[in-house]
Design a protein around this ligand. Structure first.
Ligand code: XMP
Length: 319
């Protein structure tokens, strides 16, 4: 019988057979797949695993600290956190084109990961959170967005001179199996059942130029939206939800005064495969609450709008 318990046992004995006493490196993003690989490898080989977590500065509110506390404090996994916010922001200065931003973020990600891995000279293996749908995806079209999406997390982006052997313990598993495995391995279910988050992070949710002050405002707005969705029991009914920063100024009133501040768009969709999506028909009272909280609590935001575009014609992300 194929249950989570024996997937874990099988995987652990396979990993031990493959790796022996060798050291293993894993790029930990905080996403489901790499998190489950980290938990699994830690169970299998303990301190032979070193994770590298690149904090791009384009993550959600407290996300970097959460990743560190889950893995280092609670699970005892060895994680090197690279605080690369300044480097990302510097290279993104003045860049407004979405694909140019994606390329820069992807390139830096690989560069920084490589720099850190090169310091771990004892390592012989590079672990990756490749899952079965990724295997199928990259066997098929090389031109579609799907390939572009994964490219910066793939070994294909890493230089050959690293000469690490590839370890992909989730290669035969579907997403729902990976999630069940994660829960079984003791990962928090909010982490395992989290909405997808794009590799370029807030870099493609701040329209146009990425700035630190914009990222800080966006993080707070997004956190209000997501925590209210959870509180209202709506999080699991939506497939993906997030806030987008619009670098547009709009007039508002605050007491006797006039405000002239930025705009936040809220996006929530329902979808099975993320290829097509319906905008989530969230209750008006709920949207009202979120809008009021964002405008009242975040100095710098004067207006909140809700995105009512389906995919197609619109994409899920705004960039
Ligand atoms: P779109 O915006 O194309 O998004 O409708 C479909 C799904 O893909 C995610 N997405 C990305 N994921 N790198 C990623 O890792 C990217 O560059 C990227 N662009 C979009 C998006 O969040 C949604 O789940």
């Amino acid at each position: 019988l194929w249950n989570t318990g024996n997937i874990i046992e099988d995987s652990i004995s396979n990993i031990r057979d493959q790796v022996g006493d060798d050291e293993v490196i894993l790029g930990l993003s905080g996403g489901v797949d790499s998190s489950v690989v980290a938990a699994l490898l830690h169970r299998a080989i303990g301190t032979q695993l070193t994770c590298v977590f690149v904090d791009t500065g384009l993550l959600r509110l407290h996300e970097g600290d959460q990743v560190m506390s889950t893995f280092t404090q609670h699970m005892g996994v060895r994680v090197i956190r690279v605080d690369a916010e300044e480097r990302f922001l510097r290279e993104l200065t003045g860049v407004t084109d979405p694909e140019a931003k994606r390329k820069i973020i992807g390139r830096l990600f690989v560069e920084i990961f490589e720099e850190e891995s090169n310091k771990l000279t004892a390592a012989k293996w590079l672990a990756q959170g490749t899952i079965y749908p990724d295997v199928i995806e990259s066997a098929g079209s090389k031109t579609g967005k799907a390939h572009v999406i994964k490219s910066h997390h793939n070994v294909g982006g890493l230089p050959a001179h690293m000469r690490l052997k590839l370890l992909e313990p989730l290669r035969e598993l579907f997403k729902d199996e990976v999630r069940r495995l994660g829960v079984e391995l003791g990962l928090p279910s909010e982490m395992v059942y989290r909405h997808p988050f794009p590799g370029p992070g807030l870099g493609v949710r701040i329209l146009g130029e990425v700035r630190k002050d914009f990222a800080d405002l966006l993080r707070r707005a997004d956190d209000i939206f997501i925590s209210e969705l959870r509180r209202a029991g709506l999080y699991d009914q939506t497939s993906q939800a997030f806030a987008v920063f619009l670098p547009v100024k709009s007039v508002g009133v605050m007491g006797d005064g006039r405000k002239y501040d930025w705009v936040i768009a809220l996006r929530a969709v329902e979808t099975i495969d993320f290829m097509t999506a319906r905008w989530a028909h969230l209750p008006y009272d709920f949207l009202d609450l979120v809008s009021r909280r964002i405008i009242n609590e975040i100095d710098g935001i004067s207006r909140v709008v809700y995105d009512v575009s389906g995919k197609p014609p619109a994409t899920i992300e705004w960039e």
